[in-house]
Design a protein around this ligand. Structure first.
Ligand code: PLP
Length: 426
């Protein structure tokens, strides 16, 4: 099935009791055992079934299967937020004393996790100077356990050369982890280009309506953990915390996501509620049509801003002279994302006046809503960073980030136009 179809049908067939066509919300904590032996077999992972909703829930399962199928992965785990997904994705394959190498263009909270929190657990994040494969490779050493990037950086809008980064990772025997939140599998499936693990904030375009937080980790099933047993002993040595289970033996190619659930989800418990899973599934049903409209509207808005003398610069990968245009052609099929950043004339002051004058476009820190949204990263998502850190993350003081919604494009442009006018009037 193609992604447009998977988005609607993936991961669910009418359950046998009621034949409900919509995915039922299994609002339950626990599941009854037939007998002591059945309970024991479930705990031993010898039979399929449910025990307790911190570990697995049938509604969340449908979401997991659907997201895995959309990304072309072997399996997925749903969690409460995108941040929880990032946390699990990294901690599941590293230990104290090891490191991961990351691109510098990151979502603000991911930067905080990497630069300030993980080092406290003894896991260092070595930030490359840029997202270029050579800059990434320069930072890899014997203790590196993964390479991390956002396929399309938020808010920088950079597009990573996934295939080249995957080749660097393969050469060093480590996986490539990709945050695919901004692109979504509708525009790009990083696994098709060699990525090993995909992380999502389902809160954004996937859910699509700004109602529900959620996250997911997708396992391609292709990384050979057993071959690199020395670097990744957690997958191929008996786990004392799970009566000696060996994940590569028990889960085979799904060892990574199997351990993520059996260890991180079971012990840390950042679970997604079944109601949230249902709401995210509703959103995902329309993700393909929404993304098409987002992309189309963004192109018109970008062209409007570029033609406007009140605007200083516009960063949009759909422009032929944009430094990421070639990568947008290759990885997004020319469908540049609906995240646009721009700078208004008049610097920080002008930017603030513009921001305050918006009427239809919402002032907030979110993206991927059906509604058009505007964010001023320097004063919000990235304000914890120094100016130098901001520059590396692709954030400048006057920069406004727009997430173009699916309203009628003329109404979006009219609002931007009146706000530019107010800003220019000073
Ligand atoms: C929003 C976002 C996150 C965090 O997701 P939450 O669901 O808000 O925790 C991670 N990565 C990117 C690229 C994001 O845009």
């Amino acid at each position: 099935m193609r992604n447009e179809t998977i988005a609607i049908h993936g991961g669910y067939e009418e359950e046998s009791t009621t034949k409900a066509v919509a995915v039922p919300i299994y609002q339950t904590v626990a599941y009854a055992f037939d007998s002591a032996a059945h309970g024991a077999a479930l705990f031993n992972l010898e039979v399929e079934g449910y025990r307790y909703s911190r570990i697995a829930n049938p509604t969340c399962d449908v979401l997991e299967r659907r997201v895995a199928a959309l990304e072309g992965g072997l399996g997925a785990l749903s969690v409460s937020t995108g941040q929880a997904a990032l946390h699990y994705a990294v901690l599941n394959l590293t230990e104290s004393g090891r490191n991961i190498v990351s691109v510098p263009q990151l979502y603000g909270t991911t930067y905080t996790l990497f630069a300030h929190m993980l080092p406290g657990f003894g896991i260092n994040v070595r930030f490359a100077e840029s997202d270029q494969p050579a800059a990434i490779e320069k930072m890899v050493n014997v203790d590196t356990r993964a390479i991390f990037c956002e396929s399309v950086g938020n808010p920088a809008g950079n597009i990573c050369d996934i295939e080249a980064l995957a080749n660097v990772a393969r050469k060093h025997g480590i996986p490539l982890i990709v945050d695919n939140t901004v692109a979504t599998p509708i525009l790009l499936r990083p696994i098709d280009y060699g990525a090993d693990i995909i992380v999502h904030s389902l809160t954004k375009f996937m859910g699509g309506h700004g109602t529900t937080l959620g996250g997911a980790i997708v396992d391609s099933g292709k990384f050979p953990w057993a071959k690199y047993a020395q670097q990744f002993p957690m997958f191929s040595e008996p786990d004392a915390s799970y009566h000696g289970l060996v994940y590569t033996d028990h889960f085979g190619p799904a060892a990574y996501i199997g351990r993520c659930r059996s260890v991180y989800q079971r012990v840390v418990g950042s679970v997604l509620s079944p109601l949230s899973a249902f709401q995210l599934l509703q959103g995902i049903e329309t993700v393909a049509v929404r993304i098409a409209r987002h992309v189309e509207n963004a192109r018109e808005v970008a062209n409007f801003l570029r033609r406007d003398a009140r605007v200083d610069w516009v960063n949009y990968a759909g422009f032929p002279d944009n430094q990421y245009h070639a990568l947008a052609q290759k990885y997004l099929g020319g469908r540049a994302c609906s995240l646009i950043t721009f700078g208004i004339r008049g610097g920080f002051e002008g930017g603030t006046r513009f921001y305050d004058a918006l009427k239809l476009v919402k002032r907030l820190v979110n993206l991927g809503d059906a509604k058009s949204l505007a964010c001023h990263p320097a004063s919000t998502t990235h304000r914890q960073m120094s100016t130098e850190e901001q520059r590396k993350a692709g954030v400048t003081p006057e920069m406004i980030r727009l997430s173009i919604g699916i309203e009628h494009v003329d109404d979006i442009i009219a609002d931007l136009d009146q706000a530019l006018e107010t800003a220019a009037a000073g």
